[in-house]
Ligand binder design. Structure first.
Ligand SMILES: C[S@@+](CC[C@H](N)C(=O)[O-])C[C@H]1O[C@@H](n2cnc3c(N)ncnc32)[C@H](O)[C@@H]1O
Length: 234
């Protein structure tokens, strides 16, 4: 079957429809149709962002204002690089961004890129060396490919969130901010208690750019308290 698509001409334009093609399943067709009709995808393209995810960070930043000029930022699970582009624009010219992913990331001005798995024991040290100082902000948009098996996907997401939180506790300076992707109603139980013990304020946020049908949320924790602060009751 031949593929055919009508591009929407922007706001109020016609919705693009994609006919299923030979060799492409229904879910790929739906994905393509959604991409063609997604205003964030169009805007990301127009503004030169590598992912529509860039707008989630822009919206979180607008709400909380954690990306200040001169800040040192760590971006975990950064590929293809939308969040790093936004962070590097905001902290320039005196700030710095260090980014890491399992996947290769093409160079981004003002961003030091590392390739590796955050769950490897040696990675935290590599990141600390690259940072060269404590960070003001640790961002994690890390996500494992979904399996469709809810319990497995949930466990994987929690494990990645925990790895990001370990890194944040290690790398942040007092007063710093941690942003981490969570699923299924947010961090809960012991994990949430741990975040609350380390940060003065903790919020769960669904930025408008996060698709309504996605169960993802972001936890934004501000006012990091290191061991000394916590023992001193600050
Ligand atoms: C949703 S994407 C990030 C999108 C990115 N924030 C952007 O704006 O372009 C999630 C990323 O997490 C990465 N990831 C998943 N597990 C990881 C791990 N253990 N260590 C490093 N990166 C990981 C994936 O490879 C993937 O590129």
């Amino acid at each position: 079957m031949k593929e055919h698509s009508k591009r929407s001409s922007g706001r109020g334009g016609k919705r693009a429809r994609v006919k299923s093609a030979k060799g492409r399943g229904g879910s790929s067709t739906r994905w393509l149709e959604r991409q063609l009709n997604d205003p964030y995808v169009r805007e990301a393209k127009a503004k030169g962002y590598r992912s529509r995810a860039a707008f989630k960070l822009i919206e979180l930043e607008r709400k909380f204002g954690f990306l200040k000029k001169g800040a040192v930022v760590l971006d975990l699970g950064a590929a293809p690089g939308g969040w790093s582009q936004v962070a590097s624009d905001r902290v320039a010219p005196s700030g710095r961004v260090v980014a890491i992913d399992l996947l290769e990331i093409a160079p981004i001005a003002g961003v030091q890129i590392l390739h590796g798995d955050l769950r490897d024991a040696a990675t935290a040290e590599r990141l600390e060396t690259a940072l060269g100082a404590k960070a003001d902000v640790v961002l994690s948009d890390m996500a494992a490919p979904t399996t469709g098996h809810r319990a497995t996907d949930h466990l994987r997401t929690v494990a990645l969130f925990e790895a990001a939180l370990d890194m944040a506790e290690r790398a942040l300076k007092p007063g710093g901010t941690f942003v981490g992707k969570v699923f299924q109603g947010g961090a809960a139980g012991d994990l949430l208690a741990r975040v609350k013990a380390h940060f003065r304020e903790v919020k769960h946020v669904k930025p408008p750019a996060s698709r309504a049908e996605s169960v993802e949320l972001y936890l934004v924790a501000t006012g990091f308290r290191n061991e000394k602060d916590r023992q001193g009751g600050r």
